[in-house]
Write a protein that binds this ligand. Structure first.
Ligand code: R1P
Length: 300
C-alpha cells in the first residue's frame, strides 16, 4: 500500500525494532525509566513481562495487567523522543493504539498547586523561532511561537480523569482537568528558564504565554506532540487510529504565588504508584478495535 510505512525506514536500535510486535495496543508512557521500574511491579507475574532497554534510551516492558496486554515505555525527554516512540510503535502494532502519558510538569497557576495532578483537555506547543536570531528579518520575528490547542482524545481523557479522581484524589492531592497545557521544545529557553550564558530572549516568555493563553495552566515537554501525532494519525490506514491522553504530577511552581515551590520527594513516593496504577486501570478499561496480542515467545 502506498501509505504504508516500511520498517526499513526505522533505525535498527530504535525503541521497538528487532523486538517488533512485542508492543501491546494499550501503552503507558513515562519519561523517567526509574518511574517505569517503580510501577512495572503492578503487572501480572505471569506470563513473565518482556523487557527491552534499547541503545537509543528507551525502556519497553510488555506484560499483562489484570489479564489485559499492556506496554510501559520510558522515553526520556523531549519532542524527538516522543516522535520516535509514537511512529515506531505505530509501525509495529496493528489495530487501535491507546496511549496515556504519565509525566510531571510545572504549574503556571495557583489553581494547580504543587503536589496536585493535572489531566489536560488540550495541549499547545512552544517552539523556538530560529528566525528571531538568524536571517535578514530577525528583528521582526518573535523568539517563540505558540501553536493552537491540540485536544486529547475526549473519551480517553474522561476515563483517565474519572479513574484518577476515584483512586488518587484526597484532601492533600486534588485532581484537576485544566483546559490547556503547554509543551516546550527545550527544557531551558522555551520553558522560560533564565540562563545568562545565552541570549534566549525569554524573560517575558511565561507572562506572554499566559497573557495570550489565559487557560494555560501547566508546562512540560512532551504531551502536545503526543496529542499532535495522535490527531494526525491516519484512521483509514491499516494500523488504525491512535487515541492519546495525559496526566502530570505537578512538581514545581513556575509562576505567581507558587514560584519556586518544589514537590517533596516523599509526596512523589506516595503519589507515583497510585497514579501509575490509575493509568493502568484507565487503559485496560478502554476498548481498542482490532486488538492483537503482542507476539513473542512468552505471548505465543
Ligand atoms: C524535565 O522537566 C522532564 O520531566 C518532565 C518534562 O516533560 C521533561 O521531560 O517529564 P517526565 O516527568 O515524564 O520525565
Amino acid at each position: 500500500m502506498k501509505d504504508k510505512i516500511s520498517n526499513a525506514n526505522f533505525p535498527k536500535d530504535g525503541c521497538t525494532t528487532s523486538q517488533s510486535k512485542r508492543v501491546a495496543n494499550r501503552v503507558i508512557t513515562v519519561g523517567d525509566p526509574a518511574r517505569l521500574h517503580r510501577f512495572k511491579r503492578f503487572l501480572d507475574a505471569e506470563p513473565k513481562p518482556f523487557e527491552l532497554s534499547s541503545a537509543r534510551g528507551y525502556t519497553t516492558v510488555t506484560g499483562r495487567y489484570r489479564g489485559v496486554p499492556v506496554t510501559l515505555i520510558a522515553i526520556g525527554m523531549g519532542v524527538a523522543m516522543v516522535d520516535f516512540f509514537v511512529r515506531e510503535v505505530r509501525a509495529v502494532v496493528e489495530g487501535d493504539l491507546a496511549i496515556i502519558r504519565f509525566g510531571s510538569c510545572g504549574s503556571l497557576t495557583s489553581s494547580l498547586p504543587v503536589g496536585s495532578i493535572g489531566v489536560p483537555e488540550q495541549a499547545m506547543t512552544i517552539s523556538t523561532n530560529y528566525a528571531h536570531w538568524h536571517g535578514d528579518a530577525a528583528a521582526q520575528e518573535p523568539p517563540y511561537l505558540f501553536s493552537p490547542a491540540i485536544p486529547a482524545d475526549p473519551g480517553l481523557h474522561d476515563s483517565l480523569l474519572s479513574t484518577l479522581e476515584n483512586a488518587v484524589a484526597s484532601p492533600s492531592c486534588k485532581v484537576h482537568a485544566p483546559k490547556l497545557h503547554a509543551s516546550a521544545d527545550c527544557f531551558y529557553s522555551s520553558q522560560g528558564r533564565i540562563d545568562r550564558n545565552f541570549a534566549d530572549d525569554n524573560d517575558t516568555l511565561i507572562d506572554d504565554l499566559v497573557a495570550k493563553n489565559p487557560d494555560c495552566s501547566s508546562l512540560e515537554m512532551e504531551t502536545a506532540h503526543l496529542f499532535h501525532l495522535a490527531s494526525i494519525s491516519r484512521p483509514s490506514a491499516t494500523p488504525s487510529r491512535i487515541r492519546a491522553a495525559a496526566c502530570h504530577m505537578v512538581f514545581a511552581g513556575r509562576r505567581g504565588d507558587g514560584t519556586g515551590d518544589f514537590i517533596d520527594p516523599d509526596v512523589v513516593a506516595d503519589l507515583e504508584p497510585k497514579v501509575g496504577r490509575a493509568c493502568l486501570d484507565a487503559i485496560i478499561g478502554w476498548n481498542v478495535e482490532r486488538e492483537h496480542p503482542p507476539a513473542g515467545t512468552v505471548w505465543a
